[in-house]
Ligand binder design. Structure first.
Ligand code: SF4
Length: 436
């Protein structure tokens, strides 16, 4: 089935998702394990907007105490998972990503040890992996650390600026200052990194449009290869409660700002290749593309998700038992509803012939009668219980029915996409604010 997909003739007009993983490559690697994600759930303190629960990670002494046993547990999980998956699947890594948390709180030697084990256990050659990426906070970097990261193989770094306004930064309880960001950015470039992402936040309490515009101008003036502006999450998942009510009212404002940021960043030479991500040509995040194409990936560490399940997020439980016995989750991989909700976030939409082959169903019929999806999903043997599957499917079906009713999606040539005039509508906003 997958092999047949190679025969599709792709016209110029039907631009296929991204040059970082071309359509052909995507099809070729569709069932190969393509990414290893390593979660380092330690931070020096908790930012007010952070949605991750790291009850043990925000205390420096505790980090010191837990770090060694956490790394030991990670190595154990890597050993077991690699053994399990390399016997069942082809592994052809396109990306390795260290996220968190703040992975740059580990020493270069510790990171090197983990990275080398991934390459060894999965039998991969470093030169064949497009992105070896690490997330960083400005205050966790130094020239020596950055040079060290480069020398052990990292070729991409994602740094959280969030905003270039010092007062707003302080309100977010970030540890770094704006000045520290600029210094770290210079160090990153001096160390030789040629693929840098800058994370920005908007819709922050007390942030004005002028503040946000300045943030965008500063970000593009630094000329990073990738920019990810994210709205502050809506209240129900928002842990910082002070301006909950205001935030609810501010959704429309955030949508206006999102529209502005898309236009502004694109006019400054970036391509909005997917969802809220902008990049220079060929610098798309391979990790994000793997997640959203639903290509198999393995996550290790507390709270890390794989395409086969999620690890326990409590650090102490993870250290005690770092390998949760998960099975191949066909439910996620082959579920057309999840496919639609992810792939619709490509600006060009979902390629119909590709989708029908990949999920072995007819997307147009499915969108006409979303309840048909229950038939497609009923044979999926995932790790989730039947009732859970049904509950999630009911939610997905509701979303599709809503989209249909409100004309959010449309067919254009061989694509199903979000109608351009609805892209920044309130109805479509949920798609842009929640990761799927
Ligand atoms: S640095 Fe990142 S992961 Fe850590 S608390 Fe702040 S937002 Fe959360």
């Amino acid at each position: 089935m997958v092999e047949d997909l190679r025969d599709f003739e792709i016209s110029k007009e039907r631009r296929i998702h991204s040059p970082a993983i071309s359509f052909k490559e995507h099809v070729k690697y569709l069932r190969n394990i393509s990414l290893v994600y390593v979660n380092i759930p330690f931070c020096k303190s908790k930012c007010h907007f952070c949605c991750f629960s790291m009850p043990f990670g925000s205390d420096l002494l505790l980090i010191k105490k837990l770090k060694n046993s956490y790394i030991k547990a990670l190595k154990k999980e890597l050993a077991i998972k690699s053994l399990y998956f390399t016997t069942k699947h082809t592994v052809a890594l396109k990306a390795i990503n260290f996220g968190g948390g703040t992975p740059t709180l580990l020493t270069v030697e510790e990171l090197h040890e983990i990275l080398s084990l991934i390459l060894k256990f999965f039998n991969q050659k470093i030169g064949k992996i497009k992105d070896i990426s690490i997330e960083a906070t400005p205050d966790s970097l130094s020239p020596a650390k950055l040079k060290g990261l480069m020398s052990i193989g990292f070729n991409r770094i994602s740094i959280g600026a969030q905003t270039f306004n010092q007062q707003i930064l302080a309100r977010l309880n970030r540890r770094h200052s704006v000045k520290q960001f600029y210094t770290s950015y210079d160090w990153i470039r001096s160390a030789g990194f040629k693929n840098v992402n800058i994370d920005l936040l908007y819709g922050i309490p007390f942030q004005s449009f002028i503040d946000f515009k300045k943030d965008l101008e500063t970000a593009v003036s630094l000329n990073p290869e990738h920019i990810s502006p994210s709205p502050l999450l809506p209240p129900k998942r928002f842990l910082f409660s002070i301006e909950r009510e205001n935030m609810e009212k501010n959704i429309e404002r955030n949508i206006r700002w999102a529209r502005f940021s898309h236009k502004f960043i694109e006019e400054n030479g970036y391509n909005n290749y997917f969802h809220k991500y902008f990049s220079k040509k060929g610098k798309e995040s391979v990790t994000e593309l793997i997640y959203f194409f639903n290509i198999p990936y393995i996550g290790v560490g507390a709270g890390a998700a794989s395409w086969v399940g999620v690890n326990p997020s409590n650090i102490k439980s993870y250290i005690a038992d770092s390998y949760s016995d998960t099975l191949f989750d066909k439910d996620t991989f082959d579920n057309p509803l999840i496919g639609i909700r992810r792939l619709i976030l490509f600006p060009e939409g979902i390629c119909i012939p590709y989708f029908n082959k990949r999920y072995n169903c007819n997307i147009e019929k499915l969108l006409k009668t979303p309840r048909l999806a229950l038939d497609f999903c009923k044979n999926l043997e995932g790790i989730r219980k039947k009732e859970q599957v049904k509950e999630t499917e009911e939610q997905n079906i509701k979303i599709l029915e809503e989209w249909k009713k409100k004309g959010i999606i449309e067919k254009r040539a061989n694509y199903i996409r979000i109608a351009p005039k609805k892209r920044f509508s309130k109805e479509a906003w949920e798609l842009y604010t929640y990761s799927i």
